[in-house]
Design a protein around this ligand. Sequence first.
Ligand code: UDP
Length: 326
Amino acid sequence: MDGAHVVVTGGAGFLGSALCEELLSAGAFVTCVDDESTGLLANLARVRSDPRLRVLTADVAELDAYRSRVERDGVDVVMHLAAIASPVSYLRMPLHTLRGGSTGTLRALDLAADHGARFVLASTSEVYGDAEVSPQPEAYWGRVNPIGPRAVYDESKRFAEAAAFGYRRARELDVGVVRIFNTYGPRMRIDDGRVIPTFLAQAFRGEPLTVQGDGRQTRSFCYVDDTVRALVVMALSDEPGPVNVGNPHEITMLELADAVLSVTGSSSPVRHLPLPQDDPVRRCPDVTRAREVLGWAPRVGLDEGLRQTAAWVRSRLDGQVTEARP
Ligand code: UDP
């Protein structure tokens, strides 16, 4: 990455900010484009004074209006992470989610294509929808309800994948699509409804852990450092993907609640709430392809990752300085 100019859309988000830090430490020049709809510039506090980082508070869907500022030094890689990824947030901002996933993606693709840059798309396990096969391999086409409430996010990402491969065919764009499964770690917002920060905050407060449905639905949680490493490897490769990025350790939400109680030492009870519509029953990545084509595998186990994330949530609740990761 030494000396390369990397444009990261969504660079102030939970995942994007960790990626910007990693790219800077690998010697890249980084332009972060983020409209702060769900990201926070405070997430970049640790690297904000680095002269190789430029931060633009702007909507990627309006990239044409400020494009000359982004491409001043040429563009080598575009990493498109800008999206409203939390179910609670995309249900609250459905139109913004659709616009980012469609127009935002097209503008980011144009930028990469016009510069002959590599384009890395942060796609999602949500493209598999409520899958009939588990673990999900990349060859599985998915089962998504196109008119359900989650569709603003998962169909946007499916469109984004179609667009990336359309540009690859029509404009010979060098694309790399990663399908990111549930990722967690420090700097996740504790108020955005995602299950790990929600359970941790509830456990620390002594409130009931809100398990939706019967809690037998599964997810597979990947620690942020592992996901970021996969994104960097994808940026450096010429693999088009799609490639699943996730941790294949699959657990039920009831098991997750137990793990959270044990890591926090809390004795909060569990309270069952209704299951949201179209909530996938099983989600687990098949990461064979990531191993084969990227030489990547996750390294951080759930216990260790939960400890790091618990320390972060604790510091937020204590009102400590929030920018630095523990
Ligand atoms: N979930 C839960 N309690 C919560 C929040 C989420 O039981 O307070 C469940 C949710 O129904 C889903 C899983 O946890 O089955 C993961 O939800 P999350 O929103 O973190 O991510 P998703 O995988 O749905 O995008």
